[in-house]
Write a protein that binds this ligand. Structure first.
Ligand SMILES: Nc1ncnc2c1ncn2[C@@H]1O[C@H](COP(=O)(O)OP(=O)(O)OP(=O)(O)O)[C@@H](O)[C@H]1O
Ligand SMILES: [Mg+2]
Length: 276
């Protein structure tokens, strides 16, 4: 469904993306996880024909994003990282204008169906500037869905939202997945990648440093982490299983916490840095 071969993007001196090779299958939710500046948006921009790669190739359903941008655009939709709705217009007007631009057939029905999916039907005639962050984000996703894409790109769909609202957006993404949509999302939230994504690619400084299911990635660092506090610094020790974690915990005199490992631990082990 989505394939990249040696995808590379350089902005003057900055290597935003280096030799990215990945494949996303139809119906999958794939996550690109990485810190600020990792190359997530760059990848999305290339895959959605908004930026040209410096080297390498990328395909959506077999169509080359550089050579066949129209065929690609007919199959995809993108929710950008920044909310670029027209805030002086109503939710309804935002969808209407976009739908007309994309010549969406049976637009009015489609529009109300989408507003219902996003639980925004009762806010249809309110100005977007009066919407909460979560409502704006939902409207942004609905707008992308107008053209009935087969592949949806979500660039940081829950950035800046509080946990409860974030969960609402996750539910919406999950529903779209259940309807068969192929989804590539980017995030720097560990929990988001773990909860939503069948497979996760970890990007750091433009390079893909790991790619697997969240469970397999976490298994790499062992199942457990023993955290302790020493001289004002936090220490992390990795353990294969509970027994090893208990044994490690016993070697400490101060308070320790034993917890399951997560993708943050994977990132730390691979890079020596924190993700969040
Ligand atoms: N138009 C541009 N011109 C110059 N450099 C750019 C441009 N766009 C991105 N970069 C650089 O490329 C690198 C990757 O940026 P990108 O936006 O892809 O990261 P990101 O993973 O999306 O980060 P964030 O989590 O902050 O959104 C960064 O170092 C960034 O400064
Ligand atoms: Mg970004």
């Amino acid at each position: 469904m989505i394939r990249t071969e040696g995808l590379t993007k350089r902005y003057q001196q900055v290597m935003a993306l280096t030799d990215l090779n990945l494949e996303v299958t139809a119906g999958e939710i794939f996550g690109l996880l990485g810190p600020n500046g990792a190359g997530k948006t760059t990848t999305v921009k290339i895959l959605t024909t908004l930026a040209k790669p410096t080297a390498g190739r990328a395909f959506i359903q077999g169509y080359d994003v550089v050579a066949q941008p129209l065929a690609v655009k007919q199959r995809i939709a993108v929710c950008p990282q920044e909310i670029n709705l027209d805030k002086e217009l109503t939710a309804y007007e935002n969808l209407l204008i976009y739908g007309k631009l994309y010549r969406v057939p049976d637009l009015k029905k489609r529009l109300w169906d989408l507003l219902a999916i996003g639980e925004l039907a009762d806010r249809a005639n309110d100005l977007v500037k009066n919407f909460s962050g979560g409502q704006q984000r939902r409207l942004l996703i609905l707008r992308a869905l107008l053209s009935r894409p087969q592949v949806l790109f979500l660039d940081e769909p829950t950035v800046g939202l509080d946990p409860q609202i974030r969960r609402q957006i996750w539910e919406m993404i999950q529903q779209l997945h259940e309807q068969g949509l192929t989804i590539l999302l980017t995030t720097h939230y560990i929990e988001e990648a773990e909860k939503l994504c069948a497979r996760v690619g970890i990007l750091n400084r433009g390079r893909l440093i790991a790619l697997d299911t969240p469970a397999a990635l976490v298994q790499r660092v062992g199942g457990y982490v023993v955290e302790s506090q020493e001289n004002g610094r936090r220490h992390y020790a990795l353990a294969r299983d509970k027994k090893e974690a208990y044994a490690l915990a016993h070697t400490h005199h101060q308070d320790v916490t034993i917890r399951r490992s997560n993708l943050e631990d994977v990132f730390i082990q691979l890079t020596g840095e924190r993700l969040q």
